[in-house]
Design a protein around this ligand. Structure first.
Ligand code: PEP
Ligand code: MG
Length: 684
C-alpha cells in the first residue's frame, strides 16, 4: 500500500494527479539513506497534508521511513514531492528548504579534509587496501566479530493476547534502548552522528510494519516469528535496489529487527563474546548498534569487509576515536591468527604481515601522534604565539547560542563567525528582535569579554527559509543571497541590526556583512546600520565584510578604506573563483580552498587591507586545516576562525613554527600550479 509499505508504481492513479508538487535535487554527498530520510519524515510529519515522494517511476509516503528508503534515491538526484491537504503549500515549501538544506548531511564537509601525517611500512608483506574511514594506527591481533544472528521458529509462548503483550513490551523496550543509545552517542559525538538512532526509532515506529505483525500475532503466530518475517520481507525489498551503496539501508532495518528479536528471545542470545585482550576487530559489516556498543578499551581498531566512508561504522569509529578501514573486501574475513597486524585508518590499509621493524616504527608513530594530541589539548588555552612572538588569533565558528561556551572551553579566543541564519532556520516565523537580543546576549555572556563577530543574515544560495517566501531562482548562488537579500528586506535586516546593537552593550561585538560584491552594497548596508544605531542610541561597533566574491577581492583596496576588517569566506570564495558549486556531488572533491587560485586571491586581499591599515581574518574551512592555517598565517592573515575540534591542534601547530617558516610555506604555495601541489608541500 502507498501508506508505508512498498513504493507504488507511478502512473497508477493515486489521487495526487492534480495535487501541487515541487521538484528538488538532493544536495551534498548523501542520498536518501536513513539519516536524511529521517529528517525528511520529521519535517513532513509536522503537516496534516498527505505527502508523497516520487522518483524513478515509484512513489513513497513521505511520512513513512521504510517507504522512503526503498525509493533508493542517490545524491544529486531529483525527487518530486506532491502534497494534498489543507497545508499542502506550506509543507512543500518546508520540504524544499529541508532538502535544499542538505537534510542535515553536509555540515563541515568543507573542513573534513585536514591532512593527517602519514606512516609508511618499510617491508612489503601482504596488505589489504580499503577505504580510510577514521584516521590513526592500530596495532594488535585481528579478531573476527560475528554478531550471532537470531533466527526464531514460529512457536508462540502463549495465547495470542499474551504474545501481543510481549510484542508491545519488546517494541517499547527497544524504543527506550534506542533513546539511551541516542543520548549517549549525541553526548559523545554530536547531534548528527546520533541521528541514526532516531532513524532506527522511526523504523520501529512504522505503523505499517507494526500493523502487519499485530495481525499475524492475532492470527496465532508467535510474536518473535511474526516480527522476524515482516522485517525480513522489508529487508529483502530494500536489498533489491541495484546500488550497493544502498545496502546500508537494509542493514539499518536488519539492526532494528535484531534488537527487537533479542528482546523477545532473551538478551543473552546474540551478545558477542570478546577475547580477553584488545583486538583489531574485523567484521563483514557492523550495525550502528554493534558499533555503539563496542568497548573502546578492548577494541583497538575496526576493519570491515563492506561499507563505505559514510557508513555508520565510519561515523561512529571517528566519534570513538578508533582507527577504521571499511570496504576492505572479503579477504579481510579469512585472516585469523594471533599475529599482530597494523591497521592504518589514515591510509585505508590493513598490513597482515608487518616486520618487526614495521611494528616498532608504527608504535613510535602512534606514541608521537598521541603525545601531540595530548599536548594540543593541554595547551589549548595558551595563545597561538609563533616561535618568534608573532600572534595569530584563533577563534571559533558557531551557529547556536550554546556553542559560545563550548568555544571558550575548546580554547577559542573569541567567535570569528556567528552564522545568524541558524537562528532563522527550522522555525515557522523569523525570531523577534527580543529573541535575537536574548540569543546574542547569551553568547556575549559566555564569551566574558572575548570578541563576538556577528554575521548578518546569510540566507539564499543553498539556505532557503520557507516563511520568507523567496522566489525560486535559476542560479541561487548568483542570486538574491546574503547582503543582497537583507538590503531588499528591511523588515528582516532592521530588527536584526537593532538586536545586534542592543546586545553590543553586553560585550565586545563586531558586525560583519556577508556576500558583499560591490561598494554600493557596503555603503547602503553601513547607512542602514548607522541609522539603526542612532535610533538605538549606542556607541559604534567595528564593521567588516566577508570577502567571498571575486569582485570584492579585486576591489579590496576601495572596500578596505570603508571597513574596519575583512574576513575571507574561503568556502564561497573557492566556489566562485573555480566556478564549482560547493555542494555539487560530482565536483565537490575538486573544491579545495588551498587551490593556488584561491590563495592568490587571499594574498591580494591581505595586501590591500595592509595598505589601508586593516586586519584580515579567514573563517572558511581552510582556516582549520593544518596546511591552510600555516599558509594563511604566512600570507599575513591575523585571525583564523574554525570549527571547535580544530582549535587545539591549529594553536599547537602555530606555536611550533616561526613567522619566517610560515611565510616561506605561503610563498611556495602561491607559486604552485595546482591544489595537489600545494597539498604535497612539506610542512615545517
Ligand atoms: C565561507 O563562505 O567560507 C563562510 C565561512 O561562510 P558560509 O560557509 O557560511 O557560507
Ligand atoms: Mg559564505
Amino acid at each position: 500500500g502507498g501508506d508505508g509499505g512498498a513504493p507504488a508504481p507511478a502512473g497508477e492513479a493515486d489521487g495526487f494527479e492534480d495535487a501541487p508538487s515541487i521538484d528538488v535535487r538532493l544536495v551534498g554527498r548523501a542520498g536518501l539513506h536513513a539519516r536524511p530520510s529521517t529528517w525528511l519524515v520529521e519535517v513532513a510529519s509536522r503537516y496534516r497534508s498527505e505527502i508523497r515522494v516520487r522518483h524513478g517511476g515509484r512513489t513513497a509516503n513521505a511520512k513513512a521511513l521504510a517507504s522512503l528508503l526503498k525509493l533508493g534515491v542517490e545524491a544529486g538526484e531529483t525527487i518530486r514531492i506532491v502534497a494534498r491537504g489543507p497545508d499542502a503549500e506550506a509543507a512543500l515549501e518546508a520540504l524544499r528548504e529541508a532538502v535544499e538544506g542538505g537534510l542535515g548531511e553536509q555540515e563541515e564537509a568543507e573542513e573534513a579534509r585536514a591532512a593527517a601525517p602519514a606512516w609508511r611500512p618499510e617491508s612489503n608483506g601482504r596488505a589489504l587496501a580499503g577505504v580510510p574511514a577514521s584516521p590513526g594506527l592500530a596495532i594488535g591481533p585481528l579478531w573476527r566479530f560475528q554478531a550471532a544472528r537470531i533466527v526464531v521458529d514460529d512457536r508462540p509462548e502463549g495465547e495470542p493476547a499474551e504474545e501481543a503483550r510481549r510484542l508491545e513490551a519488546a517494541l517499547e523496550a527497544a524504543r527506550e534502548q534506542l533513546e539511551t543509545l541516542h543520548d549517549e552517542v549525541e553526548a559523545r559525538a554530536g547531534k548528527s552522528e546520533a541521528m541514526i538512532f532516531r532513524a532506527h526509532q522511526a523504523l520501529l515506529a512504522d505503523e505499517d510494519l507494526r500493523g502487519e505483525v499485530r495481525v499475524a500475532v492475532a492470527a496465532g503466530h508467535g510474536a518473535a516469528w511474526a516480527w522476524q518475517r515482516a522485517v525480513d520481507a522489508r529487508v529483502a525489498e530494500v536489498a533489491t535496489v541495484a546500488d550497493p551503496r544502498l545496502a546500508g539501508r537494509a542493514a539499518d532495518l536488519r539492526d532494528v529487527g535484531q534488537r527487537v528479536l533479542r528482546l523477545l528471545a532473551g538478551e543473552e542470545r546474540g551478545a558477542p563474546r570478546f577475547p580477553g585482550h584488545p583486538v583489531i576487530l574485523v567484521a563483514d559489516d557492523l550495525t550502528p548498534s554493534d558499533t555503539a556498543r563496542l568497548d573502546p578499551a578492548r577494541v583497538l581498531g575496526l576493519c570491515t569487509a563492506g561499507g563505505g566512508p559514510t557508513s555508520h561504522t565510519a561515523i561512529i569509529a571517528r566519534s570513538l576515536d578508533l582507527p577504521a578501514v571499511v570496504g576492505a573486501g572479503p579477504a579481510a574475513l579469512d585472516v585469523a591468527d594471533d599475529r599482530p597486524c597494523i591497521l592504518d585508518g589514515t591510509a585505508g590499509r590493513l598490513y597482515l604481515e608487518p616486520s618487526a621493524a614495521d611494528l616498532a616504527s608504527a608504535r613510535r608513530f602512534q606514541a608521537e601522534l598521541r603525545g601531540e594530541r595530548d599536548r594540543a589539548m593541554e595547551t589549548r588555552f595558551r595563545p597561538a604565539l609563533l616561535r618568534d612572538g608573532h600572534r595569530v588569533e584563533v577563534a571559533a565558528n558557531i551557529a547556536r547560542p550554546g556553542e559560545a561556551a563550548e568555544a571558550v572551553e575548546a580554547g577559542a579566543e573569541g567567535v570569528g563567525l556567528m552564522r545568524t541564519e541558524f537562528l532563522f532556520l527550522g522555525r515557522d516565523a523569523a525570531p523577534t528582535e527580543d529573541e535575537q537580543v536574548a540569543a546574542l546576549t547569551e553568547m556575549t555572556r559566555a564569551l566574558a569579554g572575548l570578541p563576538l563577530i556577528v554575521r548578518t543574515l546569510d540566507i539564499g544560495g543553498d539556505k532557503a527559509v520557507p516563511y520568507l517566501s523567496m522566489p525560486a531562482e535559476d542560479n541561487p548562488f548568483l542570486g538574491v543571497r546574503g547582503i543582497r537579500l537583507c538590503l531588499r528586506r528591511p523588515e528582516l535586516f532592521v530588527p536584526q541590526l537593532r538586536a545586534i546593537y542592543r546586545a553590543s552593550v553586553t560585550g565586545p561585538l563586531l558586525i560583519m556583512f556577508p556576500m558583499v560584491s560591490t561598494l554600493e552594497e557596503l555603503r547602503e548596508a553601513k547607512e542602514t546600520a548607522e541609522r539603526v544605531r542612532l535610533e538605538v542610541g549606542v556607541a559604534p561597533v567595528p564593521i567588516g565584510i566577508m570577502v567571498e566574491v571575486p569582485s570584492a577581492v579585486v576591489m579590496a583596496e576601495e572596500l578596505a578604506r570603508e571597513v574596519d576588517f575583512f574576513s575571507v569566506g574561503t568556502n564561497d570564495l573557492t566556489q566562485y573563483v573555480l566556478a564549482i558549486d560547493r555542494m555539487h556531488p560530482a565536483l565537490a572533491a575538486q573544491v579545495d580552498g588551498l587551490h593556488p587560485a584561491v590563495l592568490r586571491m587571499i594574498d591580494l586581499t591581505v595586501r590591500a587591507a595592509d595598505a589601508a591599515g586593516k586586519w584580515v581574518g579567514v573563517c572558511g574551512g581552510i582556516a582549520g586545516d593544518p596546511a591552510g592555517a600555516l599558509a594563511l598565517t604566512g600570507l599575513g592573515v591575523r585571525e583564523l576562525s574554525m570549527s571547535l575540534p580544530s582549535i587545539p591542534p591549529v594553536k599547537a601547530l602555530l606555536r611550533g613554527v616561526t613567522l619566517a617558516q610560515a611565510r616561506a610555506f605561503a610563498k611556495r604555495a602561491l607559486a604552485c600550479a595546482t591544489a595537489g601541489e600545494v597539498r604535497a608541500l612539506p610542512m615545517p
